[in-house]
Design a protein around this ligand. Sequence first.
Ligand code: SAH
Length: 367
Amino acid sequence: MISGEKINLLDLTRQDMEAFFEQLGEKPFRASQVIKWLHQYGVDHIQSMTNLSKSLRAQLEELASIKAPKIVVDSTSDDGTRKWVLEMDSGNHVETVFIPERDRGTLCVSTQIGCALACTFCSTARQGFNRNLSVHEIIGQMWVANKALGRDPKGLRIISNVVFMGMGEPLLNFDNVMNSINLMLDDFAYGLSKRRITISTSGVVPAINRLRESTDVFLALSLHAPNDALRDALVPLNKKYPLAEVLDACVRYVRGDPGKRITIEYVMIDGFNDKPEHARELVKLLRNLPVKINLIPFNPFPGSDFKRSTPQALERFREILIKNKLTTITRKTRGDDIDAACGQLVGKVKDRSKRTQKQVSLRQGVA
Ligand code: SAH
């Protein structure tokens, strides 16, 4: 690990950091010291780590660096939602969003540059896929946001919750997401509790099974439809892992933990998946799973063919679910004036998949 290119200290979990110091002949507690400097104090210079000896600092300078994503745009919505566009490498930007609420502050992080899943109602999908984000690029979003937000008047951190609901599919970047979560949970880094972290997935079944063995953070499922035919049209991954398999994996995920529920995300699209019969079908589909349902009014973006459900359709849908004892909330659209709402995150992606091109020609072919 300590030969060749300089390592970025923001890439290291506590375990990695301990191994690193061990190789230098240092005690493991150095790892806690450095993690604290990096993640609690947000230092970006090794020389600022004043409880390390001068010679150790000099040695570290030779072997390591601290490189965080660079802020390209920092915008704040009328409702207080804040969005950062971050440069990950030349030509690739991702977006990170902070959503303040009365009792919490939630950071929505991205896990990939673009996305490979091609969900038909999501603007990130239009970008195509470039690559997975590394640990320093994922935890770096927390690092940057934390520094930018500062502390509240009581000296506490402003970010209390993290949702993996930004650009990309977190479960297709499993190891880097898990290592970033390790740092979020580490008392010397961000000290969040497991119950304040949510991973949202479009339903990568083997990875949901693996997740169950690795951690017990909250899971959100982007369901969006009550049957396979409709879901196939919205989430192409459904053809590989159909509803029955995805829901089975969710049942296994919560098994043995009575307090745990899966959040079901359901984007409400006018005339497509928002009719009373869809709500009734959803009730039947979810009867064996402890859930809480988030209805998300569809957020339009240039070039999308879908429209947002009417408030009446949304309310009728919600009432049917509630009457059937399903906890249901309608997610408030936040930050849409700065394109920070669900499904509006696009960043700038150097597309290697060429899907964008294909989609454009398909759309032209149909028109
Ligand atoms: N790939 C993961 C993480 C992305 S999360 C997943 O699919 O869950 C982003 C959330 O925003 C998902 O629930 C997604 O379905 C939803 N979303 C995407 N496009 C949207 C749009 N145009 N309007 C509202 N919600 C959208």
